[in-house]
Design a protein around this ligand. Structure first.
Ligand SMILES: Cc1cc2nc3c(=O)[nH]c(=O)nc-3n(C[C@H](O)[C@H](O)[C@H](O)COP(=O)(O)O)c2cc1C
Length: 441
């Protein structure tokens, strides 16, 4: 398999991720090179030439995002998005724990490029042990002069703060993240204005994902042309870490060049199907991405090819399901998550997620009606594109795509009360669609 970049230290015997270990593997060499050779404007050009695209979900070109900052500005902030709450996605978690200094070096590089003297790592609240590891690494970096005043004698100052969330999925959305750092309830902001002009505390701000930032030291050390030539050039260069979970023999994080196929990832790297049951469906890019079927196994894993095939690479979480999984159950399970996590700001998402869940549950439990199969897409149509943030689109993806690919399964639930998962489904309450468990309980 091709070269590993971001995880190159992960499997070194005895590698602990300490500053000393990182430095032994050329850690912070990119930073020294940067201060010697690159004025900020040239650094932005370098990242543009490398065509690095954001690894947080949308795949937005990083250099272009940086150049949206207004020319005249007094204060600029950088936020590293380490919220990673998308179900099935666990790559940032491993990046931060295995090699925290790689992310910190990336943060210093990005801050220097955009002229930020204050940066934040916004970390998912549930990451308790990860927070300890990152906090320790930040302290080490301060002590060694990679953070703080006059970094490596360059005259550049940067204060880096680790800010922990409190367990809300929505705080991974960039503007909800900003609200949360400001000490407010994490609700997304209406855009425009965009964070590039009105971000943290109303000042120009860049928000980048952990993996995006961790890629920067490599691009600096090895050059834009090298990066632009690996993976799936010209539009999706570089390597990417995919988190593979579900019914595979070897679940885990795999760093691969962009552009390999889902078949290679699932069958060659992740060992194929656990228990050797046939593949039924997979989610190609986190819970917000539309389901794929075995017909999509040869789709290339690059941003544009996956979009062309009707889904998205999103957060890089690939969840694999064999034929024991009921697709109505899978959609309802995801909607349970989205309904629980809807922040409530926008009516279509707040109310719609509740209705989607109720209708899915009654179908799942054998109490659905055939008209529900028209009702579901209608409700989805009233959510997607009608909310302040992309959460609304995300919550409709499992419903629309399972209906598209597995309509017969929905019909079997409604007309014949059949489910591939076989086990008896207790009836649900007609009004709430909550399962009625035992009488009197
Ligand atoms: C509901 C929602 C949740 C999100 N969660 C995350 C997250 O956990 N981590 C992340 O990096 N981006 C997340 N994003 C995307 C961010 O809003 C933002 O686009 C990203 O951090 C930008 O970084 P990038 O340009 O490096 O990809 C989320 C978006 C939405 C709509």
């Amino acid at each position: 398999m091709a070269e590993v970049v971001l995880f190159r230290n992960r499997d070194l015997p005895g590698y602990t991720g300490s500053l000393a270990d990182y430095e032994r593997q050329e850690g912070y060499a990119a930073l020294r090179l940067m201060f010697k050779q690159y004025p900020p404007a040239e650094l932005i050009e370098l990242v543009k030439r490398a065509n690095l695209r954001g690894r947080g979900g949308a795949g937005f070109p990083t250099g272009m995002k940086w150049s949206f900052l207004p020319k005249e500005r007094t204060v600029t902030y950088l936020c590293c998005n380490a919220d990673e709450s998308e179900p099935g996605t666990f790559k940032d978690r491993e990046l931060m724990t295995v090699d925290p200094h790689q992310m910190i070096e990336g943060i210093v590089i990005a801050s220097y490029a955009i002229g930020a003297h204050a940066a934040y790592i916004y970390m998912r609240g549930e990451f308790a042990s990860e927070a300890v590891i990152v906090a320790r690494a930040v302290q080490e970096a301060y002590k060694a002069g990679y953070l703080g005043k006059n970094i490596l004698g360059s005259g550049f100052d940067l204060e880096l703060t680790l800010h922990r969330g409190a367990g809300a999925y929505i705080c991974g959305e960039e503007t909800a993240l900003l609200e949360s750092i400001e000490g407010k309830r994490g609700l997304p902001r209406s855009k425009p204005p965009f964070p590039a002009t009105h971000g943290l505390y109303g000042k120009p701000t860049v928000i980048n994902n952990v993996e995006t930032l961790a890629s920067l030291p490599h691009i600096l050390r090895r050059g834009a042309e090298w990066y632009a030539s690996i993976g799936s050039p010209p539009k999706s260069p570089g390597t990417r870490i995919f988190s593979v979970s579900g019914h595979v023999k070897r679940p885990g994080n795999y760093e691969v060049p962009m552009g390999i196929t889902f078949r290679q990832l699932i069958f060659d790297l992740a060992g194929g199907m656990k228990s050797d049951r046939p593949l039924k469906a997979f989610i190609p890019g986190g819970a917000s991405a539309s389901f794929f079927t075995p017909d999509h196994l040869d789709v290339k894993m690059d941003f544009d090819e996956v979009a062309k095939a009707g889904s998205m690479l999103g957060s890089g979480g690939v969840t694999v399901m064999d034929d024991s999984v009921c697709m109505v159950w899978a959609a309802a399970n995801l909607l349970r998550f989205f309904h629980h996590e809807s922040c409530g700001k926008c009516t279509p998402c707040r109310e719609g997620s509740n209705w989607l869940l109720r209708v899915l549950r009654r179908i799942e439990h054998g109490q659905g009606r055939l008209t529900d199969l028209d009702l579901l897409p209608q409700v989805c149509g009233n959510i997607a594109g009608r909310t302040v943030c992309a959460f609304g689109d995300a919550e409709t993806a499992p419903v629309v795509s399972t209906l598209r690919h597995f309509r017969a399964e929905y019909e079997a639930h409604i007309t014949r009360k059949e489910c591939v998962m076989g086990h008896a489904r207790p009836p649900v309450d007609a009004a709430t669609a909550h399962p009625i468990s035992f009488a009197g309980h």
